[in-house]
Ligand binder design. Structure first.
Ligand code: UD1
Length: 366
């Protein structure tokens, strides 16, 4: 049973790590990793392989950055060659990045079965690149592994037959459970001079927020307001950094008193920072889930979420209009002690990869 696991961008690495560990541990499974190279540098990729205990990828396509069409087209051409040679029993993709959809299309065209982990999530916003990636990937994959109830409902509404869909929980939470203790041993808080709950943690990288001047100015206003209460640790994504420079806003950012600007952080350092933050402000997909598991309040700078359980039962709040005044009000409210308690969704327990391996083992033994 040869499984070819696909990774391309940062949020994929923590999802594939527990699956690769689980497949490798089991008799009868062979697990290989293909990295498309969408994220390619030390901080966005290599550090995750090291910290998550992933081996060097078996295949590296070296696609790098570029427009979405460029990335997908080049992945497709190179992946076709790998598939011809490798002939796996199953291609396994995770999440919603460009690598996910590009490799799924090629695999299905060539007659290989595909498993999609984190299937069924829908924001309803088709202007998000990830939403199109999710819809296309789900509609042609053979085995759909779902993290939360909304995913089951969405796939049923779209007419996906029940026997293709498996409710298994969240592999990203598997990584979090596995590495939480190791993360706690990291020295990042001392290194930057903050204590538990003494800071607000922030990340921003969605094109809708950071590819335009207004979005970036709103983000800066929010940081300026937040810094009146607590220090703000801002882990700055390369897209955001590039755009701050492009719109000549870097000086305004650096002038904010109480701000601790940082580049992209390693998995363990960022996990420790999340676990000890008083509040997290983000527009990430995955951080909404991680904060729900950790029960840390999260303000998500987006109109919609494909992960509604994080809002309905978790500790996440959606900041529907990107208005700094509204965000500040909500932030103050939380800092004054009015955060939600939060409940962790079903099967977010560290065992999702094991459930997935059980299903795959069973299906392929028939
Ligand atoms: C991608 C994913 C997004 C995910 C995010 C996490 C898609 C459609 N988007 O967006 O879902 O939330 O990753 O980070 O797949 N860059 C570097 N070093 C790297 C990689 C990228 O500097 O190792 C730069 C690129 O040159 C580019 C920018 O970062 O300027 C953005 O990279 P890109 O691949 O376009 O996607 P993300 O915005 O990171």
């Amino acid at each position: 049973m040869k499984i070819l696991n696909i990774v391309g961008a940062r949020p994929n690495f923590m999802k594939i790590a527990p699956l690769h560990r689980e497949f490798t541990r089991r008799e009868g499974f062979e697990s290989k990793i293909l990295h498309t190279g969408q994220h390619y540098d030390e901080k966005m990729s290599d550090v995750f392989f090291k910290q998550l205990g992933l081996p060097h990828p078996d295949f590296y396509l070296g696609i790098g950055g570029g427009s979405h069409t460029y990335q997908k087209a080049h992945v497709m051409l190179k992946f076709e060659e790998v598939l011809k040679e490798e002939n796996p029993d199953l291609v396994l993709v995770v999440g919603d990045v460009n690598a996910t959809v590009a490799t799924t299309l090629v695999a299905k065209k060539m007659g290989f079965p595909v498993a999609h982990v984190e299937a069924g999530l829908r924001s309803g916003d088709r202007t998000m690149p990830e939403e199109l990636n999710r819809i296309v990937t789900d509609s042609i994959s053979d085995y759909l592994f779902v993290t939360e109830q909304s995913g089951m409902i969405n796939l049923a509404k779209e007419g996906v037959p029940d026997d293709k869909v498996f409710f298994v929980g969240n592999v990203m939470v598997d990584s979090l459970v596995h590495f939480r203790k190791k993360a706690a041993e990291q020295s990042i808080l001392e290194d930057i001079g903050v204590g538990k709950e003494e800071y607000i943690l922030m990340t921003m990288h969605r094109p809708a927020n950071v590819d335009n001047r207004e979005g970036l100015e709103s983000i800066l206003s929010i940081i300026e307001d937040a810094c009146k209460h607590k220090k703000v640790v801002f882990a700055i994504h390369p897209r955001t950094k590039n755009n701050l420079e492009k719109f000549a806003l870097t000086d305004r950012l650096n002038a904010i008193e109480g701000l601790i600007p940082m580049g992209p952080l390693g998995y363990l350092q960022f996990l420790k920072l999340m676990d000890n933050a008083s509040v997290i402000i983000t527009d990430s997909g995955g951080i909404q889930e991680e904060t729900t598991f950790l029960k840390v309040p999260c303000l998500t700078f987006r109109d919609t979420t494909e992960r509604p359980s994080t809002v309905d039962i978790g500790t996440n709040f959606l900041m529907k209009d990107l208005n700094p005044v509204t965000v500040y009000k909500q932030l103050k409210d939380i800092l004054e002690g009015n955060a939600k308690q939060g409940v962790v969704p079903t099967y977010w327990d560290g065992n999702a990869a094991s459930r997935i391996a059980d299903v795959i083992g069973e299906v392929f033994s028939k």
